[in-house]
Design a protein around this ligand. Sequence first.
Ligand code: PXP
Length: 247
Amino acid sequence: MITLNVNIDHVATLRQARGGNEPDPVSAAIMAELAGASGIVCHLREDRRHINDRDLRILKEVNQTKLDLEMAANEEIIRIALDTLPDLVTIVPEKRQELTTEGGLDVINNFDKMKSLCERMHEKSIEVSLFVEPNEQQITAAKEVGADMVELHTGHYANAKDPIQNEFELAKIISSSAFAFDCGLKVAAGHGLNYINTKSICMIHEINELSIGHSIMARAIYVGIDRAVKDMIDLINNATLHRNIDI
Ligand code: PXP
């Protein structure tokens, strides 16, 4: 089974465009949950460019499913996470100028920092997922620092310009998922997934969680959040059915 965690950052981005209070990402989260999402993801960035502290606080209060706080390993945000107690934190690299998260974490070169972060989160029973490239060295390091899960970066696969590149990137995700699973890690995937490219990712047996934001909110503009989330869940469930039949 693959569960869908819906990222609501883009709703907050739209709100911030006018600096007012609509649309409210918290309302979007409730609608996504009502439509069947298994979890809600929000990224509290250091610069608060979309999700802000108020959103996170209320999300924690109203969330009925799983709250995944995406964050950088930054001391201020770590303290907020330890105070808020989300179910899961997904640790990402963060650059101020980037449009969105641009690549996976370098766990190898931030080994001690990641180990300490995992220990601090675990003390509060918060699970830790590290967002990494589909790369065995980084996955091994994720296991060694004590992460519970890796989220494999699907951005290069999603942005591949031709079928050969696409197959090449997909093959890396397939083999890395098996590798991470064999290491004893839970395996999630995310970034750039949409109503076309998600199907192949769902065929990977070891993946059991997806984190998707932009494509769902883009579709929601036309059809509403309820339909957009349900369409993605149907797509995931259909693909998963095929993956189970293929065994
Ligand atoms: N996973 C991570 C770690 C991300 O940083 C993002 C983007 O916020 C997503 C998943 C969702 O990506 P998208 O908005 O392209 O679906």
